[in-house]
Design a protein. Structure first.
Lengths: 65, 153
């Protein structure tokens, strides 16, 4: 699944560790999501959407769309 | 990283995040069972085998009670991880437990068939002790954890 997490994080000038702390996950998890090696769970995706004040579908996009 | 989270490297000896205290909290009961097994099954089996049957049974039961308590502390530690670390660690634990079980079963059957006595001469070639299982679990856990972690890097 494609995502705009890196772009959104950069816009806020947060490091991966900053974002990890805000979401209550490890920095490795943020890195794995940004490099599209790992798709987050629905609760984590909702947390991200709330944090960035964006709809989930604006952050994540299905591959091939 | 969020300090409230459990983290796999806190029990990986030699890593920057390694913590003796945390390792003891997670693996203390397994280490206790291993020490009992090392004493009873490997170092002094000739003494323990002369004890009354109920004392020998207690030595065995203490080890398996300690393993049950270890499983509980392991589950608590894994529950404290974030979702990706939990996925990697559960995969590594499942692989390590399955591989250890498989290897001990295979070894036991080959030993019963007399293969090791034929190859290496007379002696005790049994590896069905908690002490051996601990060693195998550790090797399989850390190698599979490294493998599964690389998938997400």
């Amino acid at each position: 699944m494609k995502n705009r997490l890196r772009e959104l994080r950069a816009a806020k000038e947060w490091s991966q560790s900053d974002l990890a702390d805000k979401l209550g996950v490890s920095r490795q998890t943020i890195n794995a999501i940004e490099t599209e090696k790992y798709d987050p769970s629905l609760p984590l995706a909702f947390k991200m959407a709330r944090l960035f004040k964006q709809p989930i579908e604006d952050i994540f996009e299905e591959n091939g769309k | 990283m969020n300090n409230k989270l459990s983290f796999p490297d806190e029990i990986a000896f030699g890593r920057k995040e390694y913590s003796w205290r945390r390792d003891w909290q997670v693996n203390g009961w397994l280490i206790f069972a291993t020490i009992i097994s090392a004493l009873a099954d490997i170092m002094f089996p000739h003494i323990v085998s002369k004890w009354p049957a109920h004392w020998q049974a207690i030595v065995v039961l203490v080890q398996f009670l300690a393993i049950s308590l270890w499983a509980r502390s392991l589950v608590r530690w894994i529950r404290g991880m974030d979702e990706l670390q939990r996925r990697i660690t559960v995969s590594a634990v499942l692989f390590a437990v399955s591989a250890t079980f498989f290897l001990i079963m295979l070894w036991h059957r080959l030993n019963a068939a007399g293969l090791f006595q034929a190859l290496f001469g007379p002696g005790h070639w049994n590896i069905g002790t908690v002490c051996h299982a601990y060693l195998l679990l550790t090797i399989f856990y850390f190698s599979s954890h490294t493998f599964f972690t690389r998938r997400y890097q």
